[in-house]
Structures are given as C-alpha cells and as structure tokens.
Design a protein around this ligand. Structure first.
Ligand code: AMP
Length: 270
C-alpha cells in the first residue's frame, strides 16, 4: 500500500494506472467505508482511498475541530483491505489554485441539508471537483447514507468528466443505525437511542405505504420523535428518490431526516 501526500506523488504513482476506483473519505473509517472500498476493489483494477477532513464543507468551526480522527487505525484497516493507494493531502495542496467559477447551488437544490448547513454542499462539490482533477479516477464510490450529497456530486462530476459515480447501499449496525464517523461522538445510551429512531422510521415507511394522509402523519411523527427521544429535528421530509422534489406519497420516494442528539448532528434516509 502506497501512501501519497503530495500531488506530484499522485501523478508519478498513477501515471500507468488505467482502471482506478476512488473512495473519498474524511477518515475515522468504519464498515460503511469498508463496503465502498470492497465495491471499488471488485469493479476496478486499482483502488485509491483519500483521507481528508475538508474544512470548507463545515459551516461550524467547532464541528470541524471536533470531527473524529484516528489515522493509525485507518491505515491498519486500509492495509488489511489491501488498498493500493492512500492519499492524505494537506489543505494547502488541495486549495493551491483558485477556481475560475464559484460553485453556486440552484435555488431548487437549497433543501434538506443545503438549507440547514449553509455553504456545506458548495464545499463538498468544490473539494470533489479538486480531488477528481488531481486523481482522475475512472469510478468514484459514494454512499447512499449521504443521499443528497451523492446526487449533487454525481450531477456535477459526471457533467464535466468521464468519471462515473457509483452509489453504494447504506451499511447499518445490528440495531439498523447507519454507521457514521460521528457515531463515535455518542455515548452508549445515545447510540441505542439513535438505533431506536432508525427502527421507528423503517416502521413508519412501511406504515406510509398504506396511507393517504402522509402530510399529517409526518407532522405527527416529528412531534412524537421530539417528545419520545428528546431530540432536535432539522427536518423530517418525504421526497422523490430521483429528483428530491417534495412527495406526498412514499412510492418512489424516501424519508429524509437530520436531527441532533445533544450537539451531535446525524442524518439518514429510508
Ligand atoms: P465520510 O467519511 O463520512 O465523508 O464518508 C465517505 C463516504 O462514505 C461517503 O460517500 C459516504 O456516503 C460513505 N458512507 C458513510 N457512511 C456510510 C455507511 N454507513 N454506509 C455506506 N456508505 C457510507
């Protein structure tokens, strides 16, 4: 496994690689990341994983500084998975050039996390554009766990490049809680609580299949979750799978949630 730090190391290492799979991460790796890496290894000759906590996608400095890190453990996981390359860039290299055109989200895209985390997706798209230009992968593997991110990045990157974005299912723990690096910031009790919320929303989705009063039920569910679990909810919405347009019917749609347990913000979709 080669560890690459500088952009010129990347150019040198990848000059003869023709079928490269890329898994971008912010580190603190878990089985969700591992699944993406296994998909890349299955579908591509070589796999590169990046570890970079991108400062520009955090709308809150405290959140950026408290983002969990564990590089030593990450490298052990990547070695075991027999990843070919790990790219650990520094901020300076990634942001060495100014972009010609600022990333601006269309009004219709300022929904869900884009509404509640100002500048977040602009930062994500910018860094994904930069990483794609540096690495020039054939395929990029991304998780449905971050569904809105997946759709926005896919649209932007595939329009400009030959690179294909491959979406991968959400990996969950035995309580059906979506794995996330941020789960590390929760204590045992809150992890159980987050699992119960996931279970409740899976059941809610089944319930919605036989109901026409979606809007009313959704409002009731928000109130119930707040009261039962003592959480702050940014949003609980049903939107179309493909377009993320609001939906009054669960068919071809997903439930999206973002909520806080204490100061830890979790997102999921069902
Ligand atoms: P992150 O390190 O959180 O920025 O995530 C890096 C990539 O892993 C993104 O494409 C995420 O969507 C994906 N990912 C994170 N958690 C999971 C999960 N539980 N299952 C599948 N993919 C995930």
């Amino acid at each position: 496994m080669k560890i690459l730090i500088k952009n010129k190391d990347i150019n040198e290492a990848l000059k003869n690689v023709s079928d490269l799979g890329f898994v971008p991460t912010m580190g603190c790796l878990h089985k969700g990341h591992e699944y993406l890496i296994k998909q890349s290894k299955k579908k591509c000759n070589q796999t590169l994983v990046s570890i970079f906590i991108n400062p520009t996608q955090f709308n809150n400095k405290k959140d950026y500084l408290s983002y969990p890190k564990n590089l030593k453990k990450d490298l052990n996981i990547l070695k075991k998975l027999k990843v070919n390359y790990v790219y650990i860039p520094n901020k300076k290299d990634i942001y060495s050039f100014k972009r010609k055109k600022a990333i601006v989200l269309k009004k219709e895209n300022k929904i869900l996390c884009a509404k509640f985390r100002k500048g977040h997706f602009e930062g994500v798209i910018d860094v994904m554009d930069r990483l794609t230009n540096i690495i020039k992968p054939n395929k990029i593997f991304m998780g449905e766990k971050d569904y809105q991110q997946l759709l926005l990045v896919k649209k932007f990157i595939e329009k400009k490049n030959k690179t294909k974005i491959i979406s991968c299912k959400t990996v969950r723990n035995k309580n059906r809680l979506a794995l996330s690096s941020r789960n590390q910031l929760l204590n045992k009790r809150d992890l159980i609580k987050a699992g119960k919320i996931a279970k409740e929303l899976f059941q809610f989705k089944i319930f919605l299949k036989n109901s026409k009063k979606t809007k009313k039920l959704l409002q009731k569910k928000i109130e119930l979750l707040k009261e039962k679990f003592d959480i702050k909810i940014d949003y609980l919405e049903i939107r179309k799978k493909n377009s993320l347009k609001p939906s009054l019917n669960i068919k071809n749609s997903k439930i999206f949630i973002a909520y806080f347990i204490n100061s830890v913000r979790l997102i999921d979709n069902f």
